[in-house]
Design a protein around this ligand. Structure first.
Ligand code: CMC
Length: 392
């Protein structure tokens, strides 16, 4: 019925209208609710940015206090959910552990029974923001065989997360404020990015009126892929591979350019940015600062710099407008902070959560919304008669 046009990968098809995030890919501009990412990175913090994305305006002091207080009251996981982590193998990747635990939140909270009720939506919003860092820390503790730490709400959200990740029950963990600030900044930079693959997934699942936990769980799974959030882990593995090859950047670039082995320069290229990713510019500067402050001298940083320099002056990358994206330098910072590569995409998920929530809520509140149901261009067999088994 009617004309169906094919747009594989939604390269030129808008699936919604949105007032949350603005990107100008040619100019390298990113704004949340109108505020330039550079200003938010420098002057705001992750809790405030989460509020901005979800509720549309920067909070007043009273609103911020109330929001922070509510989140702090919900950081604990149900004891039964804690036991859920024992069911996974020791070497389980923390991303599917994260998505499974978020999906399981639907079984613990009745919000899921009436996903469109504004009070329930608000409760699920707070629960997700409060509990995802605890879940992420437990996924890590499980993978290293250490005991879980209860959240200590005298700490802020990011500080508490670092404490639950790297602390031990018998040893007070002194969180370095510079580390907390750096991670907070990275979370701000990841907090929303309009209709990327995981956010589009959250909206798609939510469009069937599935609850917020189920929708965000689906978003986490979409983020897991190496072309999306999984790229930060893939970048570090790529840099390590080049290091094993004696730091031979030329050799690697040849492989990328001849396309024979399907090797990509991970952390480069973007569907929307055809200019420097503004997040990558901030992160590159942060990488220098954090590594300097922590006294880390990582030879992988030199390889990354060389790769970037080499790529930016190479016709292959120039013609295709391929620039470093958000994932190119983050892995080096996470590594310097003490995170293993398997946790990198989990950190991306922690940062992206307020964006997923804001987008889900915007979709649900839109009176013109419809269930997501793409059309197709059928390329299969024309009508034919059934052949009995004996005649095939
Ligand atoms: N290395 C080498 N060649 C590339 C790369 C790359 N990283 N990215 C794109 N190209 C080439 C691609 O092969 C194609 O070449 P040709 O025109 O000869 O066929 C051309 O550039 C256009 O690329 P595309 O695949 O059509 O672009 P897309 O918009 O469909 O894909 C992308 C965007 C991000 C998936 C892709 O650039 C990519 O795979 N990058 C590496 C993975 C990565 O870093 N992902 C993180 C994205 S940013 C944060 C996030 O979302 O998580």
């Amino acid at each position: 019925t009617g004309l169906v046009t094919l747009d594989s990968g939604f390269v030129n098809t808008a699936a919604c209208s949105s007032s949350i995030t603005y990107i100008d890919g040619d100019a390298g501009i990113l704004r949340y609710r109108g505020y330039p990412i550079e200003q938010l990175a420098q002057r705001s913090n992750f809790i405030e940015v989460s509020y901005l994305l979800i509720y549309g305006e920067l909070p007043t002091q009273a609103q911020l206090d109330d929001f922070t207080d509510k989140i702090q009251r919900h950081t604990l996981l149900h004891e039964d959910l804690k036991r859920f982590f024992d069911g996974f193998p020791r070497d389980a990747h923390p991303m599917p552990v994260l998505s499974s635990a978020v999906s399981a939140l639907s079984t613990f909270y009745q919000d899921s029974l009436n996903p469109l009720d504004p009070h329930q939506v608000e409760m699920s919003t707070i629960r997700l923001l409060a509990k995802l860092p605890t879940i992420a820390a437990y996924a890590y503790k499980k993978s290293v065989g250490q005991p879980f730490l209860y959240p200590d709400n005298s700490h802020g959200l990011v500080e508490n997360y670092l404490r639950m990740t790297f602390g031990l029950p018998a040893e007070p963990y002194e969180v370095d404020p510079a580390l907390t600030r750096a991670l907070d900044l990275l979370f701000i930079l990841h907090a929303d990015h309009e209709q990327n693959c995981s956010t589009a997934t959250v909206r798609m699942v939510g469009s069937s009126e599935a609850n917020l936990f189920a929708s965000v769980s689906a978003g986490i799974n979409a983020l897991f892929g190496p072309l999306h959030g999984g790229a930060n882990q893939a970048v570090l593995e790529m840099l390590e591979g080049i290091q094993r090859d004696g730091g031979n950047v030329e050799n690697f670039m040849d492989k990328v350019k001849n396309k024979a082995e399907g090797v990509k320069l991970m952390g480069f290229g973007h569907r929307v940015y055809k200019n420097y990713d503004p997040r990558a510019a901030i992160i590159k500067k942060t990488a220098d600062e954090v590594l300097g402050k922590l006294g880390v001298n990582d030879p992988l940083l030199d390889i990354a710099r060389k790769l970037e320099e080499r790529a930016l002056s190479d016709d292959y990358f120039v013609e295709r407008k391929l620039y470093p994206n958000v994932d190119f330098y983050t892995g080096l910072i996470y590594k310097a902070m003490g995170f293993p590569p398997r946790m990198f995409t989990v950190l991306f998920a922690l940062g992206r959560l307020p964006g997923w929530i804001a987008q889900w809520r915007e979709m649900i509140e839109d009176p013109t919304r419809k269930i997501g149901r793409p059309r197709q261009v059928y390329t299969g067999a024309v009508a034919r008669d059934f052949t009995p088994l004996t005649e095939r």
